[in-house]
Design a protein around this ligand. Structure first.
Ligand code: HEC
Ligand code: HEC
Ligand code: HEC
Ligand code: HEC
Length: 366
């Protein structure tokens, strides 16, 4: 440990792939030393890209009713979640009123700041309207351009059962190209979760007093409880549960997408306060998790993601380096999500959350 102390004020980041405990201690120390000797103001905020923004273009949004015709059960399940309920509840909450007051905003529903994460906006007759809470398209992408593609088995009379593997592949790819966050690549959906659940908005947190993201968010436990709506894979019979192999892939994709978003959030920080510190701590924690995973399984994408983040300084004034690392992690996460074989990831089973830890509705346990 002493050996590292000497490097306290440098961006020295020791890598000991075979000594996880020591590595973890060092990370914890780097984490504590975050933001040491940083000045409080910056002028580069303009340069920051909007890569951490939620990707749901109101001009592309059709609204949940347009899904209901074919996805009735998914819609019913969604209506049981806080994502749906926030539409009616948020503006009545004293905590919400306190945040808007701190920010000098008049209404919860009529300002961009709250709307982009708590609601879905749709462009109707050239006017932006708030149409629901966090909805299908908040996670799956505005559907205007992909709706007709995503269920096209090859013409009006084509049957799902007769669709070739090639056509299916083509269908999924064209839906993604048209803006769909198709769960065929889980990363595309996961990064939507984190663009909201890391709360990448410094002013909202530091001035408004909003929580700095959902600090205990973890993709398996947060998506496999009340949020789960897998009726398609069971032909509508039940709300299907994922296999262990699928859960493993989801867990790893979640760690990577969370790391990516946390690095971006850290890069957005301009002052040494709650937002910057909690974002950097979150990123540091995820680095450790990714390192742990890399010790258990050998995978080139995971290794490249780890290499990209090992030396990145979790500090102010490092926006470019943090964004570059985030870009790389995102790229590897996407490749991992589409190529990984969950059957080969048994080594990480002890890292997976238990079903009793899944986020369920308080009243029903569902
Ligand atoms: C006209 C019927 C229809 C409408 C309307 C519709 N879908 Fe679908 N959707 C389907 C069918 C059929 C499938 C199954 C495709 C398959 O077999 O892979 C599907 C699959 C999906 C999938 C899973 C993709 C996959 O490849 O596994 C998602 C996500 C989805 N739809 C979201 C939506 C959303 C969001 C809306 C509303 C904006 C919507 N759908 C509207 C028929 C529809
Ligand atoms: C970047 C995304 C984002 C923005 C912008 C945002 N929120 Fe949130 N907010 C969240 C998330 C995610 C949660 C859920 C946190 C959790 O439960 O872990 C949340 C939770 C809340 C809660 C607690 C809700 C509850 O049921 O306990 C309040 C109150 C709140 N937000 C108010 C606001 C207000 C007011 C604004 C606008 C000034 C706003 N939020 C803007 C993402 C956001
Ligand atoms: C557009 C922003 C947005 C996206 C995308 C999003 N969420 Fe949320 N989520 C929220 C907000 C806001 C809340 C809090 C709502 C409230 O309580 O008012 C929330 C609440 C939740 C809750 C309930 C938390 C609790 O403590 O009860 C779960 C679980 C959850 N989200 C999981 C997910 C998962 C999993 C994903 C991705 C697959 C996701 N969310 C994507 C904004 C979002
Ligand atoms: C909070 C984010 C979120 C919201 C909101 C959401 N989805 Fe999903 N959806 C996901 C995720 C994540 C998956 C993949 C889950 C999995 O594999 O367990 C998914 C999977 C699906 C599937 C494929 C299910 C299967 O059996 O393979 C369909 C269809 C779908 N969603 C439709 C919808 C519709 C319709 C709505 C709105 C009523 C909706 N989703 C709302 C995140 C979301």
């Amino acid at each position: 440990m002493l050996k590292f102390m000497k490097h306290r004020h440098q961006d020295y980041y020791p890598v000991h792939a075979n000594r996880p405990m020591q590595f973890r201690k060092v990370l914890a120390w780097v984490c504590c030393g975050l933001f040491i000797s940083q000045s409080a103001t910056v002028s580069w905020a303009e340069e920051v890209t909007v890569a951490s923004e939620i990707r749901c273009d109101p001009a592309q949004v059709l609204g949940a009713e347009s899904c209901a015709k074919c996805h009735e059960q998914e819609v019913r399940q969604w209506k049981l979640t806080p994502h749906f309920a926030t539409f009616e509840l948020l503006h009545r909450m004293p905590e919400a009123k306190a945040i808007t007051k701190n920010l000098g905003l008049k209404s919860v529903k009529r300002n961009d700041m709250c709307v982009k994460c708590h609601y879905t906006r749709q462009l109707i007759d050239e006017r932006l309207r708030v149409v629901s809470g966090v909805s299908c398209e908040s996670c799956h992408g505005g559907a205007k351009d992909w709706l007709a593609l995503h269920n096209d088995y090859g013409g009006p009379s084509a049957k799902k059962e007769l669709e070739s593997a090639e056509h299916r592949q083509h269908r999924i790819e064209s839906s993604v190209a048209a803006g769909m966050n198709n769960p065929g690549n889980l990363y595309l959906v996961a990064r939507q979760c984190f663009s909201c659940h890391t709360t990448p908005d410094e002013k909202l947190v530091n001035v408004g007093g909003h929580a700095p993201g959902s600090l205990d968010f973890e993709l398996v436990s947060w998506s496999q409880g009340m949020v789960r709506h897998n009726f398609l894979r069971t032909d509508g019979v039940t709300n299907g549960e994922l296999s262990l192999a699928q859960l493993r892939v989801m867990y790893v994709v979640g760690v990577m997408a969370d790391l990516e978003a946390s690095l971006r959030a850290t890069g957005l920080a301009t002052t040494k306060a709650t937002f910057g510190i909690s974002s950097a701590q979150r990123a540091a924690k995820l680095k450790v998790k990714l390192h742990e995973i890399c010790q258990l399984v050998e995978d080139a994408h995971l290794q490249r993601a780890l290499d990209a983040v090992l030396c990145v300084p979790l500090k102010l004034h490092q926006t470019k380096a943090l964004q570059a690392a985030a870009d790389q992690v995102g790229e590897e996460a996407s490749a991992f999500a589409t190529h990984a074989d969950g059957e080969k990831l048994t080594a990480i089973d002890r890292m997976l959350p238990k079903p009793s830890e899944y986020k369920r509705r308080a009243e029903s346990g569902e």
